[in-house]
Design a protein around this ligand. Structure first.
Ligand code: XIL
Length: 397
């Protein structure tokens, strides 16, 4: 566990909200930096107070361990200009421990489900009220009141498709109209509130071919023409919001393999032709098997090749699913969390480290992978696990 240099938590309370620009997401790491440019007496007094706190701490023979607030993941990440995010659900915000950890340890929030197509657009466009922004809006409000940025997820995915769309018998042309309208409505609603969107999620098969989906070819809007429908969706997204960052997001594309090769080829082509793609999201749903030097090296080299295309890279959905929660498994998990965090810290184009939820109490893993769980940095009683310490250390080093 790293000790915070400044010791005094009050020096951190006045930190600034992460600052999002088109050039990159820049988190203002130090209270001092911003205050220096201001000349108010209050600012000078605050700096003086922090200095006094620091000097008295430095002079103390037994410095107090830094307070929990001073050692959050968020503080450690801010000093690295990295955003630390997590997926969240609005119906859990009423749980005091959930809300407290979410609002203090993370600088970014992403809706785990509530901005997905089926959740946000549950009724057809012929309905007087086709959209339901309630869950997403509640998450945005929480994020804003805790100085967190919001990442949008996701406009186009083969899952979470509403019944009206699945069963509507729409033609390709109608699907295109529906999708363009969806992208426009959702992005306009969250313009200036969401700084980056996973526009397209999981469009490739493991072998690098296009996944057969409602959006691609059933009937889809791009059957037989490869990545054309992704290109089209990115163009619509850019029209809807000229400022937001546009991402492609996928799983099992961390290492160099057929899927990541296909995503890379698409990204290279898009960059060359000026298609609006700002970044790639690497979900990073992994198991302890990933703790293998060859795999970690491959992830590192994969990030490097995407970075060379001028893309921003986000680790978007980190979790490590285990088959039991004994001490050695949790230690192994922690080591892997530390290694993954380090890969992002060491890659300048990697701007976001995000876990898929943060407490084992509410992880999606047990529901989707029978017998597996223990995947997140907090346990089901909201106690920090070795994974938390490892992430913090990797950020703080
Ligand atoms: C998952 C959620 O965590 C679950 O609650 C939901 O039932 C299904 O979707 N890849 C993604 C995420 O991009 O949106 C998925 O989230 C997990 C896999």
């Amino acid at each position: 566990m790293a000790i915070d240099y400044f010791g005094s938590p009050s020096c951190f309370r006045a930190r600034d909200k992460p600052n999002i620009g088109r050039e990159g997401l820049i988190v203002n790491p130090f209270f001092f930096r911003k205050q220096k440019s201001q000349t108010s007496l209050g600012a000078i007094a605050a700096v003086a107070l922090c200095l006094v706190a620091f000097l008295s701490l430095a002079a103390s023979p037994n410095p107090q361990p830094a307070s929990p607030e001073a050692t959050t993941l968020r503080h450690a990440a801010e000093a690295r200009h990295i955003v630390i995010g997590t997926a969240a659900a609005s119906f859990l915000l009423g749980e005091a421990e959930y809300a407290s950890i979410l609002g203090s340890e993370f600088s970014q929030l992403q809706a785990e489900n509530e901005m997905k197509f089926g959740a946000i657009h549950p009724r057809p466009d012929t309905d007087p009220n086709p959209y339901n922004f309630a869950g997403g809006d509640a998450l945005v409000a929480f994020a804003q009141s805790h100085n967190m940025v919001v990442r949008g997820h996701t406009l186009l995915w083969h899952n979470n498709v509403p019944e009206w769309l699945k069963k509507g018998g729409y033609t390709s042309a109608q699907m295109a109209t529906i999708l363009q309208g969806h992208i426009h409505s959702v992005m306009t609603h969250y313009a200036s509130k969401v700084y980056a969107w996973d526009v397209v999620n999981e469009a490739f098969n493991d072998d690098g071919t296009m996944r057969s989906t409602l959006w691609y070819d059933q009937p889809g809007i791009g059957a037989g023409v490869g990545t054309k429908y992704i290109e089209q969706s990115l163009r619509w997204a850019r029209e809807a919001d000229p400022k937001v960052k546009l991402f492609y997001n996928d799983y099992d594309a961390e290492e160099i393999n057929k899927k990541s090769d296909a995503i890379y080829a698409m990204a290279k082509d898009f960059k060359k032709r000026g298609i609006p793609l700002d970044g790639v999201g690497f979900q990073t749903h992994i198991t302890p098997k990933f703790d293998d030097p060859a795999k970690l090296k491959s992830y590192k080299e994969n990030l490097e090749r995407f970075a060379k295309l001028g893309l921003e890279l986000h680790m978007t959905e980190i979790d490590v699913r285990l088959s039991n929660g004994d001490t050695s498994s949790l230690a192994e998990e922690g080591k892997l969390y530390g290694e993954i965090t380090k890969l992002c810290v060491e890659q300048p184009a990697c701007k976001v480290i995000q876990t898929w939820g943060f407490t084992d109490k509410h992880s999606w893993i047990p529901g989707f992978y029978k017998g597996l769980g223990w995947a997140l940095p907090w346990d089901d009683k909201y106690q920090k696990k070795p994974a938390y310490e490892a992430m913090h250390d990797a950020l703080a080093k």
